[in-house]
Design a protein around this ligand. Structure first.
Ligand code: SAM
Length: 243
């Protein structure tokens, strides 16, 4: 469970309503059971339940720091995906979290089949953030990925990483597959890759990104669906840095 900062190193009270509910009501944990807590500094604690206080909706625990290797990728990865239908962006959010993304950005592009009206952005992001939290919990991540929305491609530049890429199927056709390998061999500390919608990026969008330090990369000879390409990318990074 993701909890607020743990200051006292031997006792902690779990008082977040949703976490309380999950531990006490959904999982039906009892006194003496152990649950695992991660605080914002990414430290992992084993928390033994001392008391479930159902009147005040909190759980008193005795905690112990657990020295286990982090489950986070050694590189900060951002996947920036063109906006798509609700079920697809939810799927992208869940699976990107499982595969280790640190930041997930959705953006409007020329051929996006969906646009978000300004008044729905907050609600939609809250839902995606909740999906990311649940997926992070189930994948035993040390952080919850941040989900961001930008309504124009130019705003992606604000989130640039050390290495910035754009997945472009034309690059794959032109045999530029190794560019991804070349970039990763430089072991950047952070990588961002942009993915187009089902209809792909418009050529002027690729030009714009290329002019702003985004390197076009192919992801192999097969054209993947818009939601598959980021998963392929995250898997390649995991293979490269973690396996
Ligand atoms: N419009 C394109 C076509 O029909 O040839 C396909 C676009 S693809 C369905 C959606 C997005 O996934 C692309 O914009 C690109 O970012 C990414 N993508 C899919 N396959 C790729 C590949 N082999 N190499 C690089 N990018 C790929």
């Amino acid at each position: 469970y993701f909890v607020k900062e743990i200051i006292n190193s031997d006792k902690f009270t779990i008082d977040e309503a949703e976490t309380f509910k999950h531990i006490a009501k959904v999982m039906r944990h009892k006194t003496g059971d152990i649950v695992y807590l991660v605080d914002p500094s990414e430290k992992l604690y084993a928390a033994t339940i001392d008391e479930i206080d159902s009147e005040n909706n909190n759980i008193l625990t005795s905690i112990e720091l657990v020295n286990r290797p982090s489950t986070e990728m050694p590189v900060d990865v951002t996947v920036a995906c063109s906006l798509s239908k609700k079920d697809k962006i939810e799927w992208i959010t869940q699976k990107s979290t499982e595969l280790g993304a640190k930041t997930i950005i959705f953006f409007d592009s020329k051929y996006s089949i969906m646009k978000w009206k300004t008044n729905v952005v907050e609600k939609k992001l809250a839902r995606l953030q909740e999906i990311a939290k649940n997926a992070a919990q189930q994948s035993k991540r040390r952080i919850i990925p941040e989900v961001i929305y930008v309504n124009k491609l130019a705003d992606l530049l604000k989130y640039q990483a050390e290495a910035n890429l754009v997945a472009y199927e034309e690059s794959a056709k032109q045999g530029e597959i190794s560019r991804l390998g070349q970039t990763l061999n430089q072991s950047p500390k952070s990588v961002l890759c942009a993915f187009g919608p089902e209809g792909g990026f418009a050529p002027d969008e690729i030009d714009f990104l290329n002019q702003n330090d985004f390197v076009s990369v192919g992801l192999g000879p097969r054209i993947m669906r818009a939601e598959t390409a980021p998963m392929y990318f995250l898997s390649v990074l995991s293979y490269k840095y973690e396996l």
